[in-house]
Design a protein around this ligand. Structure first.
Ligand code: 4AD
Ligand code: MG
Length: 429
């Protein structure tokens, strides 16, 4: 039987074997303490001359930081701390002695840590973030799976652009030119016509030459698409979704949030309904604080902060000027010039975490837009077919997973939200 640190509470009084790495060690007189890490947690192991065999005591002395080992001993409850356990070691065997580990508890620069990302992942802070990421991913899947959505993942190789041509990642598909997907949306519109409520969840790519705290070159996006939903239904779905994933994550991962020193009272507020602002109202708010802002322009990161800082909940901005939005957005027939797009701006200055809206269902209007955006109509033959064969109102959105994690964890930068970030200027390791 394999035993893990996370299960120690079920084995108090028993002698068990654990395998892992030396996180830290110290001696105090005749007692030696080893912090053993096995991926499920960290446990204090105690070596005393009258309990452990002599060879184990020698092995302890040889252990360097991150050396791998196995040990056996008796599980005991910590004399003072509740829900904390210790191992009184009888036997300790070295599996592999680690070379001097480059990452020590002292402060390191970001470049150094990024260069050693494969080793940096072994720290408690990174464990906490990655466990929260994992929890968030299952919350996302449970939300949609529990509401009758079918998962229909979109391809990564795509012959055409979804979100404009300026940041397309070009690659080869044998002899053809292809692109890495910027969004699964266009394909989801096809599966929504087949299955009604669908979503996709996978990596997306944007060749964005920007070094900001919220841009990754490769990021994960979850995108639902719903037949016969309008923009208002779409906002209701998005707010129920965000409330669910935030509340579920804070409920299930309290220990991890403690490690990150996250102020959870800010997240407890994240309950639907969220405020909604028309672009014109949002633009007025921005103009008051940023005189340089021109009404009609897209919001920059500082502008989004101006808007979101007025609210304790995430805020929707809808009805952006058509000119600054993607070709597929439906123009509101009641408000010509405005697109039925809705973005969600997170609290605490984190900015846009969701982009979405209602799609254009008229083939004539779409063809005009494809021309205006200088896209190749032939690439969109199949997409236009969706308007030929039973066109239907439909809406959807995309949530950037890493931006959501940065916000929920309260991190200053998206680079720690993914095991191996792809950033402008960094693709190693
Ligand atoms: O607003 P975007 O570009 O919307 C779409 O791609 C739509 N086609 C989605 C849809 O309606 N199905 O991107 C959606 C979200 C953003 O709100 C942001 O959270 C994230 O994707 N995102 C990025 N995250 C990290 N790095 C980047 N470079 C990102 N670009 C977008
Ligand atoms: Mg957007």
């Amino acid at each position: 039987m394999r035993y893990y640190i996370e299960d120690l509470k079920d084995h108090v009084g028993q002698q068990i074997e654990l395998k892992g790495w030396n996180y830290n060690k110290r001696s105090s007189g005749k007692i030696k303490f080893l912090e053993l890490r096995d991926g499920t947690g960290v446990v204090q192991c105690i070596l005393m001359a009258n309990q452990a065999n002599p060879e184990s005591l020698e092995n302890f002395e040889k252990l360097t930081q991150e050396s791998s080992l196995k040990l056996s001993g008796v599980v005991q409850a910590h004399p003072k701390l509740l829900n904390t356990f210790e191992i009184m070691v009888k036997n300790l065997e070295i599996l592999s002695i680690a070379e001097p580990f480059p990452i020590s508890p002292k402060e390191h620069g970001v470049d150094f840590l990024m260069e050693n990302r494969h080793l940096w992942l072994r720290s408690k802070r990174q464990h906490a973030i990655l466990r929260i990421r994992s929890e968030l991913v299952s919350a996302i899947r449970d939300f949609f799976d529990g509401r009758g959505f079918t998962l229909t993942d979109s391809p990564i190789f795509t012959p055409s652009a979804c979100e404009g041509t300026s940041n397309l990642f070009e690659t080869k598909y044998f002899d053809e030119k292809m692109y890495l997907s910027q969004s699964g949306q266009l394909y989801l519109e096809a599966t929504a016509a087949a299955l009604g409520k669908v979503y996709c969840f996978g990596p997306t790519f944007r060749a964005e030459k920007s070094k900001t705290r919220r841009h990754l070159i490769e990021f994960w996006m979850v995108e639902p698409e719903v037949a016969f939903n309008d923009m208002y239904d779409n906002m209701e779905l998005a707010e129920a979704f965000v409330e669910y994933i935030v509340q579920r994550t804070i409920k299930n991962r309290p220990e991890e949030f403690k490690v990150l020193e996250r102020d959870l009272s800010k997240l407890e507020n994240i309950k639907a309904p969220f405020p909604r602002l028309h672009y014109s109202e949002a633009a007025q708010l921005v103009k008051k604080e940023n005189a340089e802002f021109n009404i009609g322009d897209d919001f920059g990161a500082p502008d989004e902060t101006i808007i979101s800082s007025q609210f304790e909940r995430p805020v929707f901005v809808h009805h952006y000027p058509q000119a600054i939005k993607a070709f597929y957005m439906k123009e509101d027939p009641k408000e010509p010039g405005y697109a039925m797009g809705c973005d969600l701006l997170a609290t605490e200055g984190y900015g846009e975490i969701i982009g979405g809206g209602q799609r254009e269902e008229s083939i004539e209007k779409l063809m005009v837009k494809i021309k205006e955006h200088q896209l190749n109509e032939d690439d969109f033959r199949w997409y236009l077919d969706l308007r030929r064969f039973g066109s239907f109102p439909h809406s959807g959105f995309g949530l950037g997973l890493e931006r959501a994690i940065a916000w929920i964890c309260g991190l200053p930068h998206v680079r720690e939200t993914v095991p191996f970030p792809r950033l402008y200027g960094r693709s190693y390791p």
